[in-house]
Design a protein around this ligand. Structure first.
Ligand code: NIG
Ligand code: FE
Length: 425
């Protein structure tokens, strides 16, 4: 008999198991359901998974939860967030309702630059306090791990301040956070007339500073990656600048992500695949030839339909075509104060099912196992398999498809993070 601290049994168990990497094609429709299922947890790890009778026979557990009538599934992984910021942009929300465009507001010095001003003025403590409230909401909605980008500092000092805020939140909040350096998120006003000088500043000063910060951080100590990302878009960073920044980041040992094809197709998906990026995100206007290129690569494609919804757009990334081409697809919120003030992965799933024709099972795999691969942690998180970290949700429903079918209510009853109950009923 193995010892376990916690047994959860008699559940509709949704494992999202995929031992050979992210799910693609028809495999995305399989969520690994076990009726009358159970998992056993010792310390922070899953030590047994299977039918309740089998698991009960394998372990002696200190505590048990009878989850009859309920779904037990992996904690959600939000693979693309800008959750660390200060202030809000509710006035831009009103401007867009009255007809202004997202990129138009940015070109006029608002948008990301408006949040840059708020972040530059904020202390680390303020950034941590404001962002902690958002992480609390995300955790309540089932997100147990989130990638978090910098990119509202746009100076070496302010980008480092954002990294420090991410580190403090990671140390003090139950959620696992994964840091991404996004110094190339927008052109700061002082460099508007000499954009290549800003690219040089990112490469020569910011990337080494971020790499040095990482080496002393708890992330390096626990073998978690540091990512670098670029907003590759017309009027922001072009493909040549993007290549320069990503290549330099790779030379510093960073793993790569990319914002590509949100509004215009510049070839970012092919670049991401060529450089071996872990993920490439948005994909709203990716042409079929680049979808195929992505499908042949190990790079995960991340779609962010809360952005299209929030911008009132009728156009969404063709997630159906991406899946059918064989792309390893993940879904994320992109939570940020401008294009997606949305903390909820279940709502994002609901949007993806309606506007991108994902089935609820595909959407669930896209926020669990595939999302874990999109942040480089697919071997540790994202499914209920023996040897993985015990990040587990208990849902107040008998059918996991209700996560996407219903919307606007929270079905998450309990969250267990690394074996600890962090949200209780
Ligand atoms: O992923 N597109 C670029 N960056 C973010 C938006 C950030 C913001 O508007 O503050 C995005 O949509
Ligand atoms: Fe983004």
């Amino acid at each position: 008999m193995k010892h376990a601290d916690l047994l959860i049994h008699n559940a509709t168990l949704i494992t999202c198991a995929s031992p050979d990497g992210p799910k693609r094609g028809p495999a995305l429709q399989d969520v690994g359901q076990i009726q009358e299922g159970a998992i056993a947890i010792a310390d922070d790890m899953i030590v047994a998974v299977g039918c309740s009778a089998d698991v009960r026979g394998q372990v002696s557990a200190g505590k048990s939860i009878d989850a009859r009538g309920r779904v037990v599934c992996p904690g959600f992984v939000d693979a693309h967030t800008h959750v660390v910021y200060a202030g809000d942009r509710v006035q831009e929300f009103e401007m867009r309702i009255q007809g202004a465009g997202y990129m138009e507001i940015m070109a006029a010095g608002g948008g990301i630059l408006s949040t840059m001003r708020a972040v530059r003025e904020a202390s680390v403590e303020q950034l941590v306090a404001e962002s902690r409230d958002r992480l609390d909401v995300m955790l309540r909605l089932g997100t147990s791990t989130a990638e978090v980008k910098t990119g509202y500092g746009l100076s070496t000092e302010a980008e480092l301040k954002m990294l420090q805020a991410i580190e403090q939140l990671h140390r003090s909040h139950p959620m696992t956070l994964i840091p991404t350096f996004l110094g190339a998120h927008a052109m700061p006003p002082a460099y508007k007339k000499r954009p290549d000088a800003y690219v040089r500043l990112v490469i020569d000063e910011m990337l080494p500073a971020a790499a040095a910060w990482y080496e002393r951080s708890p992330f390096a100590a626990t073998n978690m990656p540091l990512f670098a990302d670029v907003f590759c878009e017309a009027g922001v960073f072009d493909l040549a600048q993007t290549r320069q920044v990503l290549a330099a980041a790779q030379a510093q040992g960073m793993a790569l992500k990319l914002h590509a094809d949100e509004f215009e197709n510049l070839g970012g998906v092919s670049l991401a695949a060529e450089l071996g990026a872990v993920s490439v995100d948005h994909l709203d206007v990716t042409p079929p030839v680049e979808m195929r290129r992505l499908a042949e690569s190990a790079t995960v494609g991340v779609v962010l339909p809360a952005v299209n919804f929030n911008l009132g757009s009728q156009h969404f990334a063709d997630a159906r075509a991406l899946i059918d081409a064989g792309v390893a697809l993940a879904l994320a919120t992109d939570i940020n104060p401008g294009s997606a003030p949305c903390p909820s992965l279940p709502l994002t799933m609901a949007i993806a099912c309606r506007y991108q024709r994902l089935l609820p099972n595909e959407a669930l795999n896209a926020v669990t196992i595939n999302a874990a691969h999109a942040v480089g942690l697919g071997q540790r998180l994202g499914s209920l398999e023996v040897g993985k970290q015990a990040d587990v949700l208990i849902l107040d429903t008998h059918d996991h498809r209700h996560l996407a079918y219903e919307f606007g209510r929270n079905l998450v009853a309990q969250v267990i993070k690394a074996g600890e109950e962090v949200i209780s009923e």
